[in-house]
Design a binder for this molecule. Sequence first.
Ligand code: KQY
Length: 367
Amino acid sequence: MKKLNTIPSADGFRMPGEFERHSGTYMIWPERPDNWRLGGKPAQQVFTKVANAIGRFEPITMCVSRGQYDNARNMLADYVKVVEMSNDDSWMRDCGATFVIDDKGNKRAIDWTFNAWGGLVDGLYFPWDQDDKVAMKMCELEQVDRYRLDDFILEGGSIHVDGEGTLLTTEECLLSEGRNSHLTKEEIEKVLCDMLNVSKVLWIKNGIYNDETNGHVDNICQFVKPGVVVLAWTDDENDPQYAISKAAYDYLSNETDAKGRKLEIHKMYTPSPILITKGESSGVDAVDGTLPRKEGDRLAASYVNYYTGNGFVALPIFNDPNDEKAIALLKELYPDREIVPIYAREILLGGGNIHCITQQVPDVQVK
Ligand code: KQY
């Protein structure tokens, strides 16, 4: 497949919203023992639930290392396509390709440079060279040409688009020192507009408290559809999350999207703080250069990290009283989709959630 040197927006391509029709979803199988406790065994159970659930609605491909191929093939449902692919970890949202489509039925992808959430400044593991090749390999499997950006670092979890010209992100992440600190905010905005065909970038200040990704937007805010967002929320003014969510709410309330609409903002209550237990911490191998998992550390738990696909929403839940509130809110906001709650503490322990481990391939559209 070809590597393209042109500009997607000039070529007539745009990134569609996640809520638009998909031709499938990709994931990567978890196994690294310095991120996932007990060699990834508990996480593999949950990844299996997520993949099997998604596969009831749309084609799902699980990318798996050579060493784990037989185990993954055995655990996953027959309808999950399993392909061998080297990787450094299992965050398909972040190292995977960002697909773009035009109005004539064509699909391409953006292959951003991936540096494990901050490279040698504050990255979460080293090396990350196999992860950085994942997007290219997806393009080969999907048979789409790709725009490769050798000099621009971005993870898919740090952006959300409405498919109609608006992009949501956080300053905490996109302006972080370990990513594109050689560029100004305006220059970063121009790359996003050129690559994804957006004309308005909404900059929330910070992501979820203690989020190791430098505050990915996909944990705090996401588009339900154009003009409508959910925002992670707490009423507890003593929780450090309160000031973060309040600032985001105030900012978004005073903004308009690319089409000049005011945003409808739905507060999505976070679960009570979730801390790493002693047993969980002791199950993770301590390795220099990988973020440690210490007992008592607060995890970046949020229901906003859900994944939207054809006819469904896969929602992380935590055995918390607010699980039911999150389910009820999504039933109201997505009346035509099945809400699929999945107990996801094991994914959270690895540093993300269902949205972070999935990447959609949009369906082509002819207009
Ligand atoms: O997108 C994410 N939330 C991924 C987090 C990566 C964690 C690596 N330990």
